[in-house]
Design a binder for this molecule. Structure first.
Ligand SMILES: [Zn+2]
Length: 475
């Protein structure tokens, strides 16, 4: 309505009373006193007996304030009513969770949805067999299992913000979060959890999460579609996976690995399907979540132990001489390794800088002489003007060039300083026998994992690009 009013399509607004028009008194006063008069809109509140044509009574701001207070009070009452309903086991969310639907006879009760409960059962079965959310997402995409939002969209047109533009295009787009939420949702064993989140206030409807101890759990409020045994087994397995990820100390690489194909992070996985010792690996996060076609990337698979050995070897290669060699020689080696051309470029630049400075001194001398010649009448005014203009142009050109070259050389010196800093860090690690998160984060900016290629001799060759802090790529 206010859009129409702004567009000038409305010249009169009538409401039953002031509270129907708006609840926030600041905004109401603004409309009544500024917007309406400006847009020449007549406003009538019937029962309050107000009409802008006749002039608003002085009582209006107080009435508005009162209406706001009333709205606040009602919001509190609604919250209280919700809490009473929880205890009665009623389901109050807009959408029933996947696998359930709202009972047509009792809209606040959940009943199993025979059309979709198999999807939930499948998720729990896969999880019980050791699949993490990521793997389940991949399997579902392959098997074309419809996502919850797509099911809602097909049934009643909700979630059109996701599917409206391209119906069916994202039908099988599950996310790790959706799967994780289902796997931890006690609704599936017949319990209701309430008070998980609350809106900030009656004015701002943004929802924020409540701490877990404020949640309200009501047991056996509806039919369970997952047995408590299966549910708890899945929770245990998730806890074990979480712990073993920590035990493996794979966290040492966290945040450092990048996919060489798409630049995104690499995600960690553990392969348990083979007999014997399980082994861990990294692969492109996008590939893992969406598959090659949708991610537009390939696997970039690397085993954890391969990566570990490679990075340790490369760090040791620098750590050993960092302790024994003399600083200058090592610094030179470091700078050369960083960029062989850089040293040569610096040398050339210095020579050029010297030449430019020499020419500037010469120009100064020429200028002085020119002036003397003019004073003594050795050259005409015309020639003096011409030559001095030329010298001045050359002088300002030289000044700019000198500034540019000095800045470049400063940067060069900075690189040398950075190399010294990095050497100081790596010296701390003497002759490392193992990697730690602290060491990696102190020395390394990022590690880029490239897709392996088949070497001429038929072996597997994979580039692991280490970008060190301060100095970048050096080997
Ligand atoms: Zn990638």
């Amino acid at each position: 309505m206010m859009a129409d009013a702004d567009a000038g399509k409305i010249n009169c607004i009538i409401t039953k009373d002031l509270s129907r028009f708006g609840r926030e008194h600041v905004m109401m006063d603004y409309y009544l006193e500024f917007v309406f008069p400006e847009k020449r809109i007549r406003y009538i509140a019937v029962t309050d007996n107000e009409d802008t044509e006749r002039g608003l009574s002085d009582f209006v701001p107080f009435k508005n304030l009162f209406n706001e207070w009333l709205a606040k009070d009602t919001s509190r009452k609604v919250k209280a009513a919700y809490k009473a309903k929880y205890s009665a086991g009623e389901y109050l969310c807009t959408y029933a969770p996947l696998g359930y639907k709202k009972d047509p006879d009792h809209p606040n009760r959940l009943i199993a949805d025979e059309e979709t409960r198999w999807i939930v059962e499948r998720i729990f079965e896969l999880a019980a067999r050791g699949c993490g959310p990521g793997r389940i997402v991949r399997i579902f995409a392959e098997e074309k299992i419809p996502s919850p939002s797509w099911l809602h969209y097909r049934r009643d047109g909700s979630f059109s913000n996701i599917h409206g533009d391209d119906p069916g295009g994202k039908a099988y787009h599950w996310t790790n979060a959706t799967v994780r939420n289902i796997l931890t949702n006690e609704t599936y064993i017949g319990n209701s959890i309430h008070n998980r989140q609350h809106s900030i206030s009656y004015k701002n409807k943004k929802m924020i999460r409540n701490p877990k101890d404020e949640w309200v759990r009501v047991e056996n409020t509806h039919e369970a579609i997952i047995s408590p045994e299966l549910f708890h087994r899945v929770q245990e397995q998730a806890a074990i996976r979480h712990r073993s990820t920590k035990d493996n100390r794979v966290q040492i690489f966290s945040g450092l690995l990048r996919c060489g194909g798409c630049g995104r992070s690499m995600s960690f996985g553990t392969n348990r399907t083979r007999k014997g010792v399980p082994y861990s690996y990294y692969c492109c996060t996008a590939y893992r979540q969406y598959g090659a076609e949708r991610a537009g990337c390939t696997q970039h698979y690397i085993r954890y132990d391969t990566l570990y050995a490679c990075v340790l070897a490369r760090i040791r290669e620098w750590a050993q001489p960092a302790r024994s060699d003399d600083e200058n020689r090592l610094l030179q080696r470091l700078l050369n390794a960083g960029d062989r051309e850089r040293a040569a470029a610096a040398k050339k630049q210095t020579a050029e800088l010297n030449r430019a400075e020499k020419r500037r001194t010469e120009l100064d001398r020429l200028f002085t002489q020119l002036y003397e010649d003019r004073v003594s009448g050795r050259i005409t005014e015309y020639n003096f003007d011409m030559l001095s203009e030329r010298y001045q142009a050359e002088q300002s050109e030289l000044a700019a060039k000198l500034e540019r070259m000095r800045a470049e050389l400063d940067k060069e010196r900075e690189t040398a300083d950075n190399a010294k800093k990095w050497l100081a860090v790596i010296r701390q690690y003497a002759d490392p026998q193992e990697l730690t998160a602290e060491m990696l984060n102190n020395l390394i900016e990022k590690i880029v994992i490239h897709e392996p290629v088949t070497a001429p001799d038929g072996g597997r060759e994979q580039e692991i690009e280490i970008h060190y802090r301060f100095i970048g790529k050096i080997d």
